[in-house]
Design a protein around this ligand. Sequence first.
Ligand code: ASP
Length: 314
Amino acid sequence: MQSRTQFLSWPKHLLDVDGIDAAKIQAILEVAQGYIARNRAVDKKHSILKGRTLINAFFENSTRTRTSFELAGKRLGMDVINISASASSISKGETLLDTALTLNAMHADAIVVRHPSAGAVQLIAEKVNAHVINAGDGAHAHPTQALLDALTILQKKPRIEGLNITICGDIAHSRVARSNIHLLTKLGAHVTVVAPPTLMPAQVERYGVRVCDNIRDGVAGADVVMMLRIQFERSGSTVIASVRDYFHRYGLSHAVLATAKPDVLVMHPGPMNRGVEIDSAVADDLMHSAILDQVEMGVALRQAVLEMMLSEHV
Ligand code: ASP
């Protein structure tokens, strides 16, 4: 186990995985590992961050991320407050920055922010004293999702280096895809991306990934397959001609999965659109599906992030 004092050089905010080197990623994954068993025990509470305040400010919907940050904070002894755009003064015309400065004035120690616009979380981080954690900003980044995905893979595979990992779906509008491409390539995985031309970012090869335009080619020989929802809220409804055609060319069925490695892991950050990007039989196949493991790992990983960012400033 790595010494926790190694976190002393951790950046103040967690806005993306781009700026975190492989050694720090490994260190946080090791700390998260320690929380997994603790979260399965009857008594899940620590007091390591007792007296600290965490505010979850979600300006876009969320089930898993918001709930897991709340649980993570509470299990570390923090006071946790949740606010959402619809229930805040944002709906009365207050600017994002005024809302952020208001939260900061209450001496929040950490503010977890989700926002529909890329760059909004960074803007907040520049103006407040609290530590800011990006819980997803537009199509830009979702660092804790990529970290929890790596933690999930490491529950089933000895290392990420050398794995063939295929990410399939709306690559262009997915912050999960972007953060995972950065993190997994940094850890030495061979990443393949699969999407129709309308959902593939221009010049995606420059991120060091292999590009495929159909799922059969993309999944052949894969150790891990990550499926993504079409982000209709960002891409609009016209990016695919029909759900039936989309599923045929890009959806994950058992027939497609049969071409992957026998011990292939199936992942999805949620929410899933069953029958669009993934067949129900695959999503529920306990031999391969790690989708609920991702949810479990999300709490442990977010505990590690909070511990690491806040405990160095005791
Ligand atoms: N929950 C993930 C996100 O917030 C993936 C998704 O919404 O499709 O980006």
